[in-house]
Design a protein around this ligand. Structure first.
Ligand code: PNS
Length: 161
């Protein structure tokens, strides 16, 4: 079995079906995948770190995905990678509009830590429009997000104000 380790970092505020799609795809390529939730005070998130990690764990379970660890990190991603002895970063791409930011981030990370390889995985076309911020907005305005996010998220997000 392929035991290569990889890290899928992000805000996951909250996790969506698009993230789940990327986790599944990464799981096919890397036998040892960690979903790493950012916990930087400067990065304002709607859900707490604890809530985001809980929703990821529960969603992964609901989707029947095995062999994925959920962790969190503070500070620079490269420091987390160094500390955990890893060098492969997974990022999902939805559309060309994601590319500029992702390209910058990948090159900056490589500048900070030369061993890093960022692997971009294309999301399924049906999730190309999906983002955590849009999901929060739709939920806040009373829209139905059940087809956009895992069950646990749909339940929790109902209470959004
Ligand atoms: O889901 P997001 O918000 O697009 O994820 C962005 C994330 C968390 C991967 C990125 O902001 C990050 O790695 N932050 C940690 C701080 C850091 O290392 N910054 C330099 C990256 S160029």
């Amino acid at each position: 079995m392929n035991k290569t380790r990889a890290v899928y970092p992000g805000s996951f505020d909250p996790i969506t079906n698009g993230h789940i799609d990327i986790i599944k795809r990464a799981g096919f390529l890397f036998g040892n995948l960690t979903v790493a939730v950012i916990d930087n005070p400067s990065k304002k998130c709607y859900f707490s770190k604890k809530e985001r990690m809980f929703m990821i764990r529960k969603s992964i379970g609901e989707a029947g995905i095995k062999g994925v660890t959920v962790d969190s990190f503070r500070g620079l991603l490269v420091d987390y990678l160094r500390k955990t002895g890893q060098n492969i970063v997974i990022r999902g791409l939805r559309a060309v509009s994601d590319f500029d930011y992702e390209f910058q981030m990948a090159l900056m990370n490589r500048k900070l830590y030369g061993k890093i390889e960022t692997v971009f995985l294309m999301t399924d076309a049906k999730f190309a429009y999906l983002s955590s911020s849009l999901v929060r907005e739709v939920a806040r305005l009373g829209g139905d997000v059940r087809c956009l996010v895992p069950k646990v998220v749909a339940k929790k997000i109902k209470k959004l104000k």
